[in-house]
Design a protein around this ligand. Structure first.
Ligand code: GLU
Length: 486
């Protein structure tokens, strides 16, 4: 079964995206598990860009993926932008290495050049299909024993063993053994000189000193071929861990038809990075019935033993709940992080340079209410807009008879030497007694005057955040508006 890379050293793990789009949440989950493992054991987390498919790869997409990882706070020790001892970290710049290693296999009789043209192979495939539509074409080894002619156009194929089994230990799925009879002489290098994924991944994982390869279960079928390659190349085997898939609620492969699948869409929704990481961590991994974890706890508690074998179904409601749990808890999202997150959302609502201090002062009033940072900006909006935007239902409460109540109250607030929640409470109570009004008939117009809304946090708290002058200004402005309603 091959001997494993020396154990007991801090792990070197990697995330190896193909840059053909944004950072998918499934990819982010793979990156997260690798990152957690490296951070837990003081190892290294590498990023390697698998961009040998020039047509599907773009620098724009490399940037999108790296931006996604950066936003999530999954920092890497080696890779693009950071450098490291195994530069370059782009496979498109490592072709000479793959070529050299594959030539070595040819020289050792473990691989061979194949001169079959695409047309010939297609014809064979068609002929088989005509006989048996369900049959899988297997390359018959046509060129296995032909003389070596590097000067002719060729692909390079691996000389797969025909008997025995190839087995590896997966940290999640246990022992996986595959009869070698199932392997065909798979392609290592295409006629255009480009390596296949298996070839480049194995060579890089070895050269880069990767001790544990963790990736989606969709790659588990590639692993036997990779194990054969490790053995043929004389490389020690790394450990392997395959992660269960993220499926749609109906059990299909998760795509943008079902949900937001780009990590950055969650940023746009106003989720915090930790809200996203927490949901992703619980996707395929569990720790008793604990649902909510801080970054530190995830690092402490993560291990491969608790990764599930079974695929999971994406649940956007649960995702939103987890994101909310993070946002509302000051131990998970501290005030600084919250303020930094919500300021741009306020700016996006057209509020010019919102005061950081005022956001900070209002935070305790919205912690329990705002489900995400966008929602938080919605709850904070009126603190920064004078006069506040009046919603229709609120406006209807500003009838002419409330105008004098608001004016009177403003005068009393202004005249009061104190401006605290308890002094305000006393003042409101006294005003209710003096006028014989019900508290709600005083409080609701005041709420509308201050917030433009019929629901808000406690009035006295709101007034404290707004300050005395601004509160009085709003009471008087609303009174004027009320007088004009008829
Ligand atoms: N480039 C492959 C992918 O994006 C990486 C697979 C691996 O981690 O080996 O799926």
């Amino acid at each position: 079964m091959g001997h494993n890379v020396e154990q007991g050293r801090p792990p070197r793990v990697r995330f190896a995206p193909s840059p053909s789009g944004y950072l998918h949440i499934g990819g982010a989950r793979t990156a997260l598990f690798n990152w957690l493992w490296a951070r837990k054991l003081g190892g290294q987390f590498l990023i390697r860009i698998e961009d040998t498919d020039a047509e599907r790869s773009s620098m724009e997409s490399v940037k999108a993926i790296l931006d996604g990882l950066t936003w999530l706070g999954l920092d890497w020790d080696e890779g693009p932008g950071v450098g490291g001892p195994h530069e370059p970290y782009f496979q498109s710049e490592r072709k000479d290495l793959y070529r050299r290693e594959v030539e070595r296999l040819i020289a050792e009789g473990k691989a061979y050049r194949c001169y079959c043209t695409k047309e010939e192979l297609d014809a064979q495939r068609e002929a088989l299909k005509a006989k048996d539509p369900k049959a899988q074409f297997v390359y018959p080894g046509t060129c296995r024993d032909k003389p070596d002619r590097p000067d002719l156009p060729h692909a390079v194929r691996f000389k797969s063993p025909k008997d025995g089994v190839t087995a590896f230990e997966d940290k999640v799925f246990g022992t996986i053994s595959t009869p070698n009879a199932q392997q065909q002489d798979f392609v290592l290098i295409r006629p255009n000189g480009l390596p296949l994924y298996n070839t480049a991944a194995v060579i890089d994982d070895h050269v880069m000193g990767i001790t544990l390869v963790a990736r989606g279960r969709d790659h588990i079928g590639n692993t036997p071929q990779q194990v054969l390659l490790y053995e043929a190349l004389g490389y020690p085997l790394p450990e392997f861990a395959h992660l269960p898939m993220m499926l749609s609620p109906k059990g299909e492969k998760l795509s943008k038809r079902h949900a937001a699948v780009s990590v950055m869409e969650y940023k746009e929704k106003g989720y915090t990075p930790m809200g996203v990481l927490n949901y992703l961590a619980r996707f395929g991994w569990s720790f008793g019935d604990q649902e909510i974890f801080s970054r530190k706890e995830l690092i402490e508690k993560f291990d491969w033993e608790r990764v599930n074998k079974s695929d999971g179904k994406f649940d956007d409601k649960k995702f939103a709940d987890v994101a909310f749990e993070h946002l509302k808890n000051p131990e998970l999202t501290d005030d600084d992080t919250y303020v930094r997150g919500v300021l741009p959302e306020l700016v996006a609502r057209g509020i010019d340079s919102p005061s950081e201090e005022r956001v900070r002062a209002a935070l305790p009033l919205i912690r329990e209410r705002a489900r995400d940072l966008k929602d938080a900006a919605h709850h904070l909006d009126f603190y920064f807009r004078s006069p506040p935007v009046m919603d229709e239902k609120a406006l209807r409460l500003l009838t002419p008879e409330v105008a004098p109540r608001l004016v009177e109250l403003a005068a009393r607030v202004e005249a009061s030497p104190e401006f605290t929640t308890s002094s305000l409470e006393q003042l409101f109570t006294a005003e209710v007694e003096r006028t014989g009004l019900k508290m709600k008939d005083l409080a609701q117009p005041v709420r509308v005057a201050l917030s433009g809304r019929t629901a808000s946090p406690g009035l006295y708290d709101v007034m404290i955040v707004l300050g005395k002058a601004e509160s009085c200004l709003r009471l008087r402005a609303a009174a004027e508006l009320a007088e004009r309603q008829s």
